[in-house]
Design a protein around this ligand. Sequence first.
Ligand SMILES: [Zn+2]
Ligand SMILES: [Zn+2]
Length: 224
Amino acid sequence: MDNKVLRKGLLRAWGFSAIASVSGSRVLFDTGPDPGVLSRNTSALGIDLSRISAVVISHLHGDHTGGLPATAANAPGVRTYLPEPYGVDWVRGLGLDPVVNKGTGMILPRTWIIGPINGPISEQALAIGEPGELVLLVGCSHPGTDRLAELAVREVGGVAVVAGGMHLIGAPPHRVAEVVDRLADLGVRKVYPMHCSGEAVAQYIEREYPGMLGMGGAGLRIIV
Ligand SMILES: [Zn+2]
Ligand SMILES: [Zn+2]
């Protein structure tokens, strides 16, 4: 789920959601703003929400948590990792099993939560795959995509791909450059700016790092 759509039959909305399928488990990372959109897009993509292993919420903003009722309806009791205690009662009330994540760690094989770090607002990311070649999913990147990627590299291993919201709409050009340059320094080879990233970041990547820019949107599949 994203602000843009890449595939026919999917809905778009302001927000973000992705599913990470790795080593036999499926982790839902964020849920978008609306249960109806989450249900519609998952069924259009042939994703069975009743079979998810866990939910990871990047941060407690409605454009990332709003789809949780659909998750609860399909996968009652599923473990739902939150970046801070705020929201625990609401999540439990939906019939999910909230877990407040305290720091970077593996939650399933080849699947790590990165963070949380403070943005302000506590935010965490999801890293999947092989350390050195990780795919890093980011929700809104309130603390900075650069800081979340640095943490992943330091605490788990190198990151090859970054996808999600980069929170750079209206950001000054020097900040856009700082984030992208840092990702490149860290060894990131592909960036899919989505959701709240803004156009300037895509333009900067295209100009300065040919081949690094990926096209994001609902329906994007990254296979590693
Ligand atoms: Zn946010
Ligand atoms: Zn957002």
